[in-house]
Design a binder for this molecule. Structure first.
Ligand code: AHR
Length: 529
């Protein structure tokens, strides 16, 4: 049995063993376990920034070309070259922010190659992702048009690895200045009279790796120099995101905070969930045993510790938490789908991915005072995607449905919960079985999301409330027949949310009957309304 407050690190046993025999044993012999959740509505925390529900779209595989951009002359219905089905699906997620053009691609991207008449734009080789020829037909104007179509803030990732200070500074001027200069005249010639508002600007990506193989000290000096020449034009104010570490590289955070903490608005963090933890043999997206269901979830939970540690290091220089942690790449990374270009990072998405998405979002909520942006990798057709396309076809993934169900939490106030839960045991390892997160919106409505990661056992959960009088409940559930259930073009609705009728009010508390491997979002009605 675990008892934890959902803003403290989770305790996780760390041995890797196959767990099928134990699971079979458990299914035969154990009765339905009870969990309890206390929702502390009288102790509200930080606002859950809508940007925690951000997306990442890189020039990688069919993430942009085919997935978003099909061109104006395509038979696929489109708006100014962008596919209508994808735009409509994304609008329904209430997208807050989209990061572009990379990733590793950003540090070899030269923005001037992606403006002006498309037939005149030079090509380049996308050396990071499959060595394919990039024709630059999707550039600054197309991306910012896309952001307007889906209703999201743009997050531009600048090239510090192979670009120049002049190039980066002129990009900002081109997009945001209203003065009469060669840059703004060029923008107007290319069809955009008014400057755009650009808030989020990343100064390099993974500069310790594909973004330039720099040391933390060298990058800090580079950041200092580039940042000096990124100006706020007119009413535009850049929110400057420094390239942060991945995983547990705490030394990078220490150096960056020490040297340039005063000049940044946010520090990024990357963490990918690999079922095996081994980059040479990551694990299959669809063909997995329960042991890899378990290890994937266990490894997902590790981000709680990483965020907590990085945040504590940031606290030394920034105890008021003015500098945000932007988890601008996260999600599952499996072996590429057989038969696809391995450089395209195409993978299917199953019920397991929906659990990964939900657990990450719970952890980001719990760290809402520091984590004020997160961008799942990636939006369409790449890694843990919301949407998969193939030619004219489109399918929404289980991860999409979590983002859609959880959108009620965007902008809400974090409400702490304490959870007493049985363990989900796999072999000789265990993690908590039940997870909960709660927020209250501006109208005072409480939303409680619950996850039962145990694929073998239902959970009966009792929820009590401090500072909130419950009068009713409604909600939706996401589950599926199998751990590896997926949505395909042929069967797009295997994993899809439906109305949930397993919750009832009992003397001011809730009783919730959670099926095995399920995710719930509940709207809790208040007697006070
Ligand atoms: O998301 C795929 C890649 O992962 C990104 O380009 C890079 O930043 C990270 O290593």
């Amino acid at each position: 049995m675990y008892f934890f407050l959902m803003d403290t690190p989770l305790l996780i046993t760390a041995t890797l063993l196959a767990c099928a025999p134990m699971a079979a044993f458990a299914a035969q012999t154990q009765s339905v376990a009870d969990a309890s959740v206390v929702v502390k509505a009288d102790s509200p925390g930080a606002v859950v920034a809508p940007e925690i529900y951000g997306q990442f779209a890189e020039h990688l595989g069919t993430g942009i070309y085919g997935g978003v951009w099909v061109g104006e002359n395509s038979d696929i219905p489109n708006t100014r070259g962008m596919r209508n089905d994808v735009i409509e699906a994304l609008r329904n997620l209430h997208l807050s922010v989209v990061r572009w053009p990379g990733g590793c691609f950003a540090d070899e991207y030269h923005w001037r190659d992606g403006i002006g008449p498309r037939e005149n734009r030079p090509s380049m080789i996308n050396t990071n992702w499959g060595g394919v020829v990039e024709d630059n037909s999707f550039g600054t104007h197309e991306f910012l048009d896309f952001c307007e179509l889906v209703g999201a803030e743009p997050f531009i990732s600048g090239n510090i690895g192979s670009g120049t200070v002049q190039e980066m500074s002129q990009w900002v001027e081109y997009m945001t200045s209203d003065a009469d200069t060669p840059m703004t005249r060029l923008r107007k010639e290319n069809g955009r009279a008014e400057p755009w508002k650009i808030k989020y600007f990343g100064i390099g990506n993974e500069t310790w790796g594909c973004g330039g193989s720099m040391t933390a000290e060298f990058y800090s000096d580079q950041f200092r120099k580039y940042n000096t020449f990124l100006k706020n034009y007119g009413g535009n104010k850049l929110f400057r995101i420094a390239c942060g570490p991945s995983d547990s590289n705490y030394e990078w955070t220490r150096v960056l905070m020490e040297k340039v903490g005063h000049a940044m608005n946010a520090l990024s963090l990357h963490y990918y969930t690999l079922p095996t933890g081994d980059w040479s043999r990551k694990g299959s997206a669809v063909d997995f045993e329960e042991s890899e269901w378990f290890s994937t979830l266990r490894r997902t939970l590790m981000i709680d510790e990483f965020i907590g540690q990085h945040s504590r290091i940031m606290d030394r220089k920034d105890p008021e938490k003015k500098i945000a942690l932007a988890v601008d790449e996260w999600g599952t990374w499996y072996d590429a789908q057989p038969g696809t270009n391995p450089g395209f990072l195409r993978q299917q998405n199953t019920l397991r991915d929906s659990m990964v998405a939900a657990l990450n979002l719970h952890i980001f909520h719990a760290h809402a005072d520091r984590v004020r942006m997160a961008n799942i990798a990636q939006m369409v057709n790449v890694l843990q995607a919301m949407i998969l396309t193939e030619g004219p076809e489109m399918v929404l993934t289980p991860t999409y449905h979590v983002f859609e169900m959880y959108k009620v939490h965007q902008g809400g106030t974090f409400i702490p919960v304490s959870i007493s839960t049985p363990d989900y045991v796999c072999g000789d390892e265990r993690i908590p079985a039940v997870y909960a997160t709660a927020t209250m919106n501006a109208e005072g409505t409480l939303f409680l999301s619950l996850v039962n990661v145990d694929p073998n056992k239902a959970q009966s959960v009792s929820c009590s409330f401090e500072g909130y009088t419950v009068s009713g409940v409604s909600g939706r559930i996401l589950t599926a027949p199998a751990m590896d259930s997926e949505n395909s073009f042929e069967q797009p609705d295997v994993v899809k949310p439906v109305a949930f009728d397993g919750a009832s009010v009992e003397a001011g508390s809730l009783r919730v009957e959670m099926p095995a491997k399920s995710i719930l979002v509940l709207e809790i009605e208040s007697a006070a309304k």
